[in-house]
Ligand binder design. Structure first.
Ligand code: FES
Length: 119
């Protein structure tokens, strides 16, 4: 399936911990909500909704390189999105990179509104 890099709209950082050097926030890419995590100057991107029951991951926090959902506290690996232990679930991750001031995310074209493919 074809993928394309899209520029992220402004990130609304919701939770930050200066001591542990991370921030978790919400952004939109072509109208799709994406959870963005910045941890020790590395960026990660996830589906906004938790695969367990739809909690908003952008309101979560980090513990030992795991993103914690604020609803039932399922844990997802920052790099792979794989759920911890016996959870048996995983959250979709996206390639993400920063070019100067712009944050870019790679999305499958099929997940987007076809009217926006060529913008
Ligand atoms: S909704 Fe995220 S752990 Fe249940």
């Amino acid at each position: 399936m074809a993928k394309k890099w899209f520029k992220v709209d402004a990130v609304e950082w919701i939770k930050s911990d200066k001591e542990q050097n991370y921030s978790v926030g919400l952004s939109r890419v072509n109208g799709q909500k994406i959870c963005i995590v910045q941890n020790n100057n590395e960026l990660y991107a996830f589906d906004h909704k938790c695969p367990h029951a739809g909690g908003h991951l952008s309101q979560g926090w980090l513990e030992e390189n795991m993103l914690i959902c604020p609803v039932h506290r399922h844990k997802y690996d920052l790099r792979t999105g794989r759920g911890a232990g016996m959870q048996g679930d995983c959250v979709r991750t996206y390639e993400i990179k920063q070019i100067n001031e712009d944050i870019m995310i790679k999305l499958k074209l099929s997940t987007l509104n076809p009217m926006n493919w060529f913008k």
